[in-house]
Design a protein around this ligand. Structure first.
Ligand code: ADE
Length: 240
């Protein structure tokens, strides 16, 4: 469940994003619901340019692989310095590395992260980070799908969007996050709005009946039918 328990309580979620490309991420938080969430002090999002933690004059954050092999590797030192600087300011619930070989991201993880107070998201680039970062500095690894992006920034934006919209007060209608697809492992039922008939295409009669119980039952049936047809794997999870 999303963190509706904290409704009316001032719980500010803070997300620190470590990246070599802060500009790529910034615009995600500058419009619509995420912007409003930040403006209303429901969430804080901070960007940290990894290059500022690089020790040499070229602001180098990546280097060749030991043992040979194509592709650069992100160095441990700037990452460690950045994470240490953040940790000296506050405690973090999770230090998350965005990587295609991480744990698959899903609604349950979004719900879980929306309950945390302080999160660090580390965006990988090139071949990824030095393994020692993963072994010693990271608490969790997340993938947004079985495909490889040019960097972790867009993946971090996806995770932030899914998490922030669950923070109480962020969505106008407090219950709407509960009826999303994937809450309860079911896809959402079909939805309609005016006009009731368009080009002869009609809205299901039951939705116009005014009978709340019947409408609720219909929605449950539809959600089940839709899930059976498109994502039977989700129903297996319900049975387990
Ligand atoms: N970085 C590159 N590809 C990614 C993915 N699929 N998920 C998370 N981070 C990534």
């Amino acid at each position: 469940m999303p963190n509706l328990f904290y409704f009316n309580q001032k719980l500010i979620v803070r997300i620190d994003i470590i990246t070599v490309l802060p500009d790529l991420l910034q615009s995600t938080f500058e419009s619509s619901i995420l912007k409003r969430a930040i403006d209303n002090n429901l969430v804080e999002v901070h960007f940290h340019n990894l290059r500022e933690y690089a020790s040499n004059k070229y602001r180098q954050t990546d280097d060749y692989q030991f043992g040979g092999g194509s592709g650069m590797v992100m160095m441990i030192e700037p990452i460690d310095k950045c994470i240490s600087a953040l940790k000296s300011e506050r405690d973090y619930d999770e230090v998350i590395y965005m990587t295609p070989d991480g744990d698959p991201f899903n609604q349950q993880t979004a719900n879980e992260l929306s309950l945390k107070e302080n999160l660090i998201l580390l965006c990988g680039h090139y071949k990824g980070v030095d393994q020692r970062v993963r072994d010693h500095l990271i608490t969790r690894e997340i993938s947004i799908g079985d495909f490889v992006l040019t960097g972790g920034e867009l993946a971090a934006a996806v995770v932030c969007d899914a998490v922030i919209r669950l923070i109480p007060g962020v969505l106008g209608d407090e219950t709407s996050a509960l009826t999303d697809s994937f809450q309860d492992n079911l896809l959402a039922p079909p939805i309609y709005t005016r006009p009731a008939t368009y080009k002869g295409w009609k809205v299901p009669e039951i939705l116009l009946s005014g009978n709340a119980q019947k409408i609720e039952n219909w929605r449950e049936e539809q959600a089940l039918k839709h899930t059976k047809a498109r994502r039977p794997d989700l129903l297996k999870k319900l049975e387990d």
